[in-house]
Ligand binder design. Structure first.
Ligand code: NAD
Length: 291
């Protein structure tokens, strides 16, 4: 069996087109969505991500506000900037690029963002809202994975899902979203025993580990959907957490790396900015952009 390769790049392009139209409709009502992106320091990977976020924000017709702080900036300076953005009505979404320099308290910084503007969905209130089934801002990467899975499988109710990884950014919110769609969810992590056996029973495997080719082909149940979140730079180039060559012989569908989950993340950031703008203006949530 050869798996269907899920084209995240094409899906994300379609999503961006939809966002562009909805943004134009909002602008016609006199509301221009705005996303502020804050980068502290000069981490090369973060610089690439941030530039890409800013470019795609402008391409959809939204306002993009760029803020750069030096790696040595005191935390108080960052908190003051966040406060200014919290109070700026032109800013609907605030994204502080992670990781932050070691002298900063990541949780304190994230929790200083107004939850309604927290387009990354990392604020403790949004985490709680998602976990309790309330209207939340949802982390972009898991939201992108969910959109791909729903598009592929339709109703996820009753499906068994294994999420490998328990980070606050990917694994835990992914599990919450799948649970919200009534999947039966197992969260696996570095202390999990019998991971191959767990995976072999799963209709859905989401890998968010950060180890190249970690998930083996013979861990996959024939016909299962495999979503590979991993981005690993190796001598062979960019590879995922799943052994794609082997797994794609057994899975029903699989996301490639690159070109799978990656492009969905920024598209979902734009989707969440539009959602935040709609909510701030008392409009209904934009169609198809929220979980
Ligand atoms: P993380 O390092 O915070 O978490 C990794 C998780 O993997 C941990 O919870 C850990 O328990 C688990 N793990 C480690 N070893 C394991 C093992 N042997 N067996 C089972 N579980 C194990 O990483 P993260 O931030 O969640 O990111 C995971 C991967 O996803 C990374 O490669 C990252 O680059 C990538 N990522 C991609 C996107 C995207 O847009 N596509 C976004 C975020 C992260």
């Amino acid at each position: 069996m050869t798996a269907k390769v899920i084209d995240g790049k094409a899906f994300a392009a379609g999503l961006r087109e939809q966002i562009k139209l909805q943004t134009a409709a909002m602008i016609a009502q006199g509301i221009t969505p705005g996303l502020a992106v804050v980068l502290v320091g000069e981490d090369p990977a973060s610089q690439v991500y941030v530039r890409s976020k800013e470019k795609q924000t402008r391409e959809t017709g939204m306002n993009s506000f760029a803020h750069r702080l030096s790696a040595e900036a005191p935390q108080a300076e960052l908190l003051a900037l966040i406060e200014q953005l919290n109070n700026d009505p032109a800013v609907n979404g605030i994204l502080v690029q992670l990781p932050l320099p070691a002298h900063m308290d990541e949780a304190a910084v994230i929790n200083a963002i107004r939850p309604e503007k927290d387009v990354d969905g990392f604020h403790i209130l949004n985490v709680g809202r998602l976990a309790t089934g309330q209207k939340a801002m949802v982390p972009c990467t898991p939201l992108g994975c969910l959109m791909l899975l729903r598009d592929l499988l339709g109703d996820l109710s009753g499906k068994s899902a294994v999420v490998i990884g328990r980070s606050n950014i990917v694994g835990k919110p992914m599990a919450q979203l799948l649970l919200r769609d009534s999947a039966t969810v197992t969260i696996a992590h570095s202390r999990t025993r019998n991971l191959p056996e767990l995976c072999r029973q799963a209709d859905i495997v989401v890998a968010a580990v950060g180890r190249p080719n970690f998930v083996q082909g013979d861990w996959i149940k024939p016909g299962a959907a495999v979503v590979d979140v991993g981005i690993n730079r190796t001598d062979d180039g960019l590879v995922g957490d799943v052994d794609f060559a082997a797994a794609s012989q057994i899975a029903g569908a699989i996301t490639p790396v690159p070109g799978g989950v990656g492009p969905m993340t920024i598209a979902c950031l734009l989707a969440s900015t539009l959602t935040a703008t709609a909510r701030a203006n008392g409009l209904p949530d934009p169609e198809g952009l929220t979980p």
